[in-house]
Ligand binder design. Structure first.
Ligand code: CA
Length: 367
């Protein structure tokens, strides 16, 4: 209507049409295309994790109509898996995919953005990132390294692990040789256990030969794939040490900021899509893999006794407080995390927890 009036007032339809053509013209000027590289800490074809990174690249290419293409490399293909952060920081590559606790040696504060023993679960972590201060604190933590982080989705609550010795009391950790990395490992060590770390490919053999008595890994989907049910007697739950481990996407600050705004928004939106996709994959496929472990492989599931979990929880509090004392940023992040967990935890007690208490009767464990 307005345009028609304008044309009438202009009194020169042809001139106006020409002007419109001119206005429309810049749209057909070729926009700049970008070619990026992303490195990950995962082995090639690792379900959900490496898949997620490749899916993210595909979505960014689709959403940007091919203007931003990212070639994804698994751990070791371009840089060593744990060289991911440094490669992104230095700008050797523009992007990375990892879990923030891998960088604990560089910055203790990073651990809170991945997993804290007895900390937030997947839902709580998501709330902290998108409804709390986590994103801001995280960017602040990585800023000295010129790295911009984005949440990459959660594994959900992991499993407690595969054991060849029963854990009836906290004392049963004394002398227990277990493969368990990170803060969880520090807790097990404090309980008297010996933490043995080995590359993923050696864990099965170590367990089978008794070099270790126990190992944790991820959850039913990934554990089934590793074949641990053939080398261990008991499958313990829950994974108190990794209650909702979050993955991360990393972007070199200079590379990210050199992109036009719309491509930056596409990256952010695609990361959120993959964040959602990742937890959905873990929940759906862990559920299916658990059924296979129970019915096909007759795996014996055992819940850690309450008293053991209470003991581990006290030790975890000490360990996490000590980590928080390592530098001011870790303390700042820890205080915010604690405050947030109290708020969402209380709400969770009368919402999710109360609801689970009702429906769990419908899904008894037939182990
Ligand atoms: Ca794990």
């Amino acid at each position: 209507m307005k345009r028609r009036e304008f044309l009438k007032k202009a009194g020169a339809g042809a001139a106006a049409a020409a002007a419109i053509t001119t206005i429309g013209a810049p749209a057909v000027i070729a926009k700049k295309h970008y070619r990026w590289k992303m490195v990950t800490t995962w082995p090639p074809k690792l379900p959900v994790l490496q898949d997620g990174a490749e899916r993210l690249a595909k979505r960014i290419e689709e959403l940007s109509d091919g203007r931003l293409k990212i070639e994804v490399f698994a751990g070791g293909e371009l840089v060593p898996p744990f060289g991911t952060f440094d490669a992104v920081s230095a700008g050797t590559v523009e992007a990375g995919c990892a879990a923030a606790y891998y960088w604990a040696g560089k910055m203790p504060a990073s651990q809170w953005f991945a997993a804290v023993p007895f900390g937030l679960n997947a839902q709580g972590m998501c709330a902290w990132f998108h409804g709390g201060n986590a994103q801001k604190l995280w960017e602040e933590t990585y800023a000295p390294f010129n790295v911009i982080p984005r949440p990459g989705g959660s594994t959900g609550v992991q499993m407690g692990g595969w054991f060849n010795k029963k854990i009836n009391t906290l004392d049963d950790y004394k002398g227990l040789k277990m493969r368990i990395p990170g803060l969880g490992g520090k807790v097990v060590a404090r309980a008297g256990g010996t933490v043995v770390l080995a590359p993923g490919g050696e864990i099965f053999t170590n367990l089978e030969r008794g070099v270790i008595d126990a190992t944790e890994w991820v959850g039913p989907l990934h554990d089934l794939r590793m074949g641990f049910y053939q080398a261990a007697k008991y499958y313990y739950y829950p994974g108190w040490h990794e209650p909702g481990t979050y993955l991360e996407y990393l972007f070199n600050k200079k590379a990210y900021e050199s992109l036009p705004k719309d491509l930056q928004h596409i990256i952010d939106a695609a990361c959120m899509e993959i964040e959602n996709w990742t937890l959905a994959q873990f929940d759906a496929r862990n559920g299916a893999a658990l059924q296979t472990l129970i019915t096909k492989h007759k795996v014996k599931l055992i819940k850690f006794p309450d008293q053991v979990l209470e003991g581990l929880r006290k030790l975890a509090e000490e360990v996490v407080e000590e980590e928080a004392n390592k530098d001011p940023q870790a303390r700042k992040v820890h205080e915010d995390f604690k405050k947030f967990q109290k708020i969402v935890g209380t709400w969770g007690t009368i919402s999710e927890r109360a609801y689970y208490d009702i429906i769990q009767k419908e899904y008894p464990l037939k182990a």
